[in-house]
Design a protein around this ligand. Structure first.
Ligand SMILES: [Zn+2]
Length: 337
C-alpha cells in the first residue's frame, strides 16, 4: 500500500477511554454488594475462541517458504494452491476469481483473488480481507532495490491471521456469514517520490478487479476489515485516514473494542494520513464500508522501517501482535449483534 496524494495528518487528542474502563471495573469489583455488577458491554453470547498465534506464525512461515509471491512466478501459483486447500480444509466454500490485469509497466497477469465463504446462505455478512501477493522489488531499501523480499509482514501476516480465523470459525457455532477475500496484485504499484502525485490506481489491482466484478451479483457485507502489516513487533495501529473518511463509525467501533481488550497502547486514538490500500476500492467501487488495520508509525509519518525492504522477513514477526489482531477480530465477530 502507499500513502495517497492527499496526505493529511490530522492528529486527534488522545481519549482516556482505558481510564473510564478502569473506573468501571473498580466499581464492579464489589461482589458482596446486593446489586449485581453492571456490565460495561454485553459480550459472550457464544464464548469467543482463543486465537492461536502459533498457527498464524506457521502460516506466515509456510507462505515465506514458497518464496516471494510475485505474480507470474511458481511460488505465487504454489502459494495460491496452499491457501485454497487450507481454507477448504476448514469447511469454507472456496473459489478463485481469475482476471486479466495490466500493471503500470505494461505487463499482463492473470490474477487470483481467493474468496472463501462461511455460511454462504446467510444475508448478515462481514467481509475480512488481506492481500496475499508480495511486491516484486525492495525499492524502499538502500541496497538491492531491484530484488524481491520475503513479505513476511507485508502480505504474509494479514493472510495468516485470516487463515487461522477461518480455522477457528470452521470449528465454531457462529451464526453469521463471514467472507474472507485474499486479494492478489495489491503491491505492484508505481512508487512515486513524495513530491509527485501517487499513481494510486496502479496499486490494488486485485481489489479493483473484484469490486468491478463481484463474485456474486449484488454482493453486500455490513462492513469490511482489511489487514495489512499486522504481525510486526511493537506495532502502531492509528485510525487510518481513508478508513476514517469512508467508515469512521466502523473505525470507532473496532478501536473501542480494542481498548476494552487492553490493546489501547497499540490501537491508538490518532489519525494517520489517507493511504491507498485495498479498502479504498471496497469503499468507492463496491460501496461497502471497509477499514484498514495497518502498521503505520504516526510519529515518523511512515510505515515501519522494513516496509518494501529486505528486512521484511520472519525476524520482524511477533506472535504477540498476531495474537492481538486475531483475538480482536474474533471478539468483534462473537460479541456484536
Ligand atoms: Zn506493500
Amino acid at each position: 500500500m502507499v500513502l495517497s496524494g492527499q496526505f493529511r495528518n490530522n492528529i486527534v487528542s488522545a481519549l482516556a477511554f482505558s481510564i473510564l474502563l478502569l473506573v468501571a471495573s473498580c466499581t464492579n469489583s464489589n461482589q458482596n454488594n446486593d446489586t449485581p455488577p453492571t456490565k460495561v458491554v454485553n459480550i459472550n453470547r457464544l464464548p469467543t475462541p482463543d486465537f492461536n498465534a502459533d498457527s498464524a506464525y506457521a502460516c506466515i512461515k509456510a507462505q515465506v517458504d514458497f518464496g516471494p509471491r510475485i505474480p507470474g512466478t511458481k511460488a505465487h501459483a504454489l502459494c495460491a494452491d496452499y491457501l485454497v486447500n487450507k481454507l477448504k480444509s476448514y469447511g469454507w466454500q472456496v473459489q478463485v476469481q481469475n482476471g486479466t490485469v495490466k500493471t503500470y509497466d505494461g505487463k499482463q497477469f492473470t490474477l487470483k483473488n481467493i474468496i472463501a465463504e462461511y455460511k454462504p446462505d446467510l444475508a448478515n455478512r462481514t467481509l475480512l480481507t488481506a492481500h496475499w501477493d508480495t511486491r516484486p522489488w525492495a525499492d524502499l531499501d538502500s541496497v538491492k532495490k531491484d530484488q524481491p523480499f520475503d513479505g513476511a509482514d507485508d502480505g504474509g501476516s494479514g493472510v495468516a491471521v485470516l487463515v487461522e480465523l477461518a480455522r477457528q470459525l470452521g470449528a465454531s457455532k457462529l451464526d453469521k456469514g463471514v467472507d474472507i477475500i485474499l486479494f492478489d496484485i495489491e503491491d505492484y504499484g508505481q512508487q512515486s517520490s513524495s513530491s509527485e502525485a501517487q499513481q494510486e490506481d496502479t496499486w490494488c489491482l486485485g481489489s479493483q478487479y473484484w469490486a468491478k466484478h463481484l463474485h456474486k451479483p449484488g454482493y453486500f457485507a455490513n462492513y469490511g476489515i482489511l489487514l495489512d502489516m499486522v504481525g510486526g513487533k511493537n506495532p502502531v495501529f492509528p485510525k487510518e485516514g481513508t478508513s476514517v473518511v469512508y467508515a469512521s463509525g466502523i473505525v470507532d467501533k473496532i478501536w473501542g473494542i480494542a481498548n476494552q481488550m487492553g490493546y489501547g497502547n497499540y490501537f491508538i486514538d490518532r489519525n494517520s494520513g489517507e493511504t491507498t490500500d485495498d479498502h479504498l476500492y471496497v469503499n468507492t467501487l463496491a460501496n461497502i464500508k471497509c477499514i484498514d488495520i495497518v502498521h503505520y508509525e504516526v510519529e515518523k509519518h511512515n510505515y515501519p522501517y522494513f516496509h518494501h525492504a529486505h528486512s521484511d522477513n520472519m525476524e520482524v514477526i511477533d506472535k504477540n501482535t498476531l495474537k492481538m489482531v486475531g483475538q480482536l477480530l474474533l471478539e468483534v465477530l462473537f460479541t456484536e449483534k
